[in-house]
Design a protein around this ligand. Structure first.
Ligand code: PRP
Ligand code: MN
Ligand code: MG
Length: 178
């Protein structure tokens, strides 16, 4: 385990099980629909690459970079589009892929945007959900696991852009923030 990690919240094995379960569920639900999986950079990268391989059927992958946290521990409340899609979503079935839903602000803004652009459907698939922090009540269709109200890093999640490459999700030792 990494020196700065106090405890593991979602292990590598648990992540594998979640990815297999959600991939299969999506494959059943989207059969014949050629969905576009939209990865929300940067946090969702690890989950996305594992999830679409578990999905293993006709689909497309695209990327968007939207940021609400910057370098801070708390969401700023402002959702900035840093990199937009470069394909049309009109009449397409969209699955937004996220690492974590916290306040729900990022997703709320994204669902509105993609719906305005004429997507046939917009659903959400997230590895983690932190219900204790929800400010906007967004409907989440596919959830890996609900997590406690702690600041998490690993498997895409960062603290100041570090720790994204940990193969599990964990909590940092408090002295790391000091
Ligand atoms: C984090 C996380 C989600 C979002 C969730 O991204 O990856 O995208 O915040 O928070 P919310 O529900 O309160 O909107 P962040 O903005 O930190 O960018 P990153 O993915 O590049 O780390
Ligand atoms: Mn993110
Ligand atoms: Mg972040």
């Amino acid at each position: 385990m990494h020196d700065n990690i106090e405890k593991i919240i979602v292990s590598q094995d648990e992540i594998q099980e979640i990815v297999a379960r959600l991939g299969q569920q999506l494959r059943e639900d989207y059969q014949g629909k050629n969905p576009i999986f939209i990865c929300i950079l940067k946090g969702a990268v690890m989950f996305m690459t594992d999830l679409v391989r578990a999905y293993d059927d006709f689909s497309e992958i695209e990327f968007m970079d939207v940021s609400s946290y910057g370098d801070e521990l708390e969401s700023s409340g402002e959702v900035k589009i840093i990199k937009d899609l470069d394909v049309p979503v009109k009449d397409r079935n969209i699955v937004i892929v996220e690492d974590i839903i916290d306040t729900g602000r990022t997703l709320d803004a994204l669902i509105k945007l993609l719906t305005t652009r004429g997507a046939a459907s917009v659903k959400i698939c997230t590895l983690l959900s932190k219900p204790a922090h929800r400010i906007l009540d967004v409907h989440v269709d596919y959830v890996g696991v609900e997590v406690p109200d702690e600041f998490l890093v690993g498997y895409g999640l960062d603290y100041r852009n570090q720790y994204r490459n940990l193969p599990y999700v964990g909590v940092l030792k408090p002295e790391v923030y000091a």
